[in-house]
Design a protein around this ligand. Structure first.
Ligand code: IPM
Ligand code: MG
Length: 371
């Protein structure tokens, strides 16, 4: 199989973890007889520095011509003070999601058995591992409602500039289409779906709850659906995560809860994501950010990037066997005690603590051995 991949490494640790992601994809290509053609393009702060915009036309063109987008991370203190539309987040990442209609964000929170001792929860709460899938709506809600800083109607006496407003907007079709993605996923798993909202306070959440309830009843009566308020859900994820199978939630709640879920799995450096459009086009990125504080030091954990590559193989190219091979290689590496610093514990022997590229090399080595 031949595929064109737009490679957008971004800022901070993006380039160094991307290097490892590509190393592993090359090893997959070699072993399974595929051709992956990479076209690199700048995105985020580095693109702003070169072109004056975090999402330059060149980069969009590269993505237009690709079969999938493989994304690292963007942002850093250097670009925080730019006008909103030029920051890496609001000028590049969110527009990319909107441009390609990437409304369905799949964020698996899985504990790899050998890492149970790195997880922040007591191991009896995680007995038998953990495997949650968070389905986050990615192109709606408060991150995409019109932000009105200037034109808002001010209260009498208030000074222009004292107010900022963000609108959380959801429409029925937007909720239905993410419900469908979550239901499809639940059908392939344990048929248990938890929809998370704040329907006791927010109108958009009331609509969300109503639409999800009707949609599931009508189209997926086999699924056991329950609802949870987001504040309670945060507590439940932190204390009793094994009750969850598939979670579906709106954009901002999903953003927050997926970071929380990653923390209980041991490290935010482990969790990948897939952002998919209705036609199956996708962007694949780790859920963590650009970690500028450790950039360039060879300390970053490349596994979330590598696992995002595995999701790309599975979801964008239908290469399930190849995707599994990457996961099995990683499992082997972890079982044999190899760690990057962020997932090391008191039991890790010093000679098994690997650098960013050391971890990439190890995954490649174990990939060759996967049956
Ligand atoms: C994520 C990130 C982004 C988001 C930021 C960088 C805009 O936190 O992918 O979770 O909030 O979606
Ligand atoms: Mg986030």
């Amino acid at each position: 199989m031949k595929k064109r991949i737009a490679v957008l490494a971004g800022d901070g640790i993006g380039p160094e973890i991307m290097k490892e992601g590509l190393k592993v994809l090359d090893a997959v290509a070699y072993r399974f007889g595929h051709v992956f053609e990479y076209k690199e393009a700048l995105v985020g702060g580095c693109a702003y520095d070169k072109y004056g915009h975090p999402l330059p036309d060149e980069t969009k063109k590269t993505c237009d011509n690709a079969d999938a987008i493989y994304f690292g991370a963007v942002g850093g203190p250097k670009w925080d003070a730019l006008p909103a539309e030029l920051t890496p987040e609001r000028g590049a990442l969110l527009p990319l999601r909107a441009l390609y209609g990437l409304f369905a964000n799949l964020r698996p929170a899985v504990i790899f058995g050998p890492l149970a001792d790195a997880a922040s929860l007591k191991s009896e709460r995680l007995k038998g591992g953990l495997d949650i899938l968070i389905v986050r709506e990615l192109t709606g809600g408060v991150y995409f409602g019109k932000n009105k800083v200037k034109s808002v109607t001010l209260q009498e006496g208030a000074v222009q500039g004292d107010y900022a407003v963000d609108y959380m907007i959801y429409s029925v079709p937007e909720i239905q289409r993410i419900a469908r993605v979550a239901c499809d996923a639940a059908m392939k798993r344990n048929r248990k779906l938890t929809s998370i909202d704040k329907a006791n306070v927010l109108e958009s959440s009331k609509l969300w709850r109503k639409v999800v309830t009707e949609y599931v009843q009508k189209n997926y009566p086999q699924i056991i659906l329950n609802h949870m308020y987001v504040d309670n859900a945060a507590m439940q994820i932190a204390t009793n995560p094994k009750q969850f199978d598939v979670i579906v939630t709106e954009n901002m709640f999903g953003d927050i809860l997926s970071d929380l879920a990653s923390a209980i799995t041991g490290s935010i450096g482990m969790l990948p994501s897939a952002s998919l459009s209705a036609s199956g086009f996708g962007l694949f990125e780790p859920i963590h950010g650009s970690a500028p504080d450790i950039a360039g030091q060879g300390k970053a954990n490349p596994l979330a990037q590598i696992l995002s590559g595995a999701m790309m193989l599975k979801y964008a190219f239908g290469l399930g066997k190849e995707s599994n091979a990457i996961e099995m290689a990683i499992m082997g590496v972890l079982e044999d005690g190899y760690r990057t610093g962020d997932i090391a514990s008191a039991n890790t022997s010093k000679d098994r603590i690997l650098s960013t590229s050391g971890m990439g090399d190890k995954v490649v080595e174990y990939l060759r051995k996967v049956k």
